[in-house]
Design a protein around this ligand. Structure first.
Ligand SMILES: [Zn+2]
Ligand SMILES: [Zn+2]
Length: 131
């Protein structure tokens, strides 16, 4: 894969930061570089299409993250954006339906959203204090 200067910069950010980042976050981190937001969006889409980045939309903001290692999925905390890898059971789940519909699956996507253990605690306390 040939990397242009902007692609390399964006990829470096994800490799140094194991977080969910939106285009604005990248833009902030690249301040000082002459890369505009539309280039950042195009670069993020490029890496998403290459299956190097995954993306998730939370509260109407699209976040990107580096896909690492073996095929797996994530549980994402919508409060603190922590990402917990989970094993993929999709093929097993779909086995019957694939046979039934003779469907040829080429790819799939699955992300679970919720609260991590710390944030779940906060939400409980929050609810309690508001009756
Ligand atoms: Zn959390
Ligand atoms: Zn999977």
């Amino acid at each position: 894969m040939r990397l242009t200067h902007s692609r390399k910069l964006v990829l470096d950010i994800f490799q140094n930061d194991n977080a969910l980042l939106c285009a604005e976050d990248i833009n902030k981190k690249l301040s000082g570089e002459a890369i505009d937001l539309s280039t950042i969006y195009r670069t993020l889409e490029y890496f998403t299409n290459k299956d190097i980045l995954g993306k998730s939309t939370i509260d109407k903001v699209t976040y990107y993250y580096l896909k690492e290692g073996d095929h797996h999925h994530y549980m994402i905390c919508t409060d603190c954006l922590v990402r917990l890898p989970i094993e993929c059971e999709i093929d097993k789940m779909l086995h019957k339906n694939i046979k039934q519909y003779k469907f040829k699956v080429t790819s799939h996507d699955l992300t679970i959203y919720g609260y991590c253990t710390d944030c779940a605690k906060n939400h409980k306390e929050h609810r309690k204090s508001h009756g």
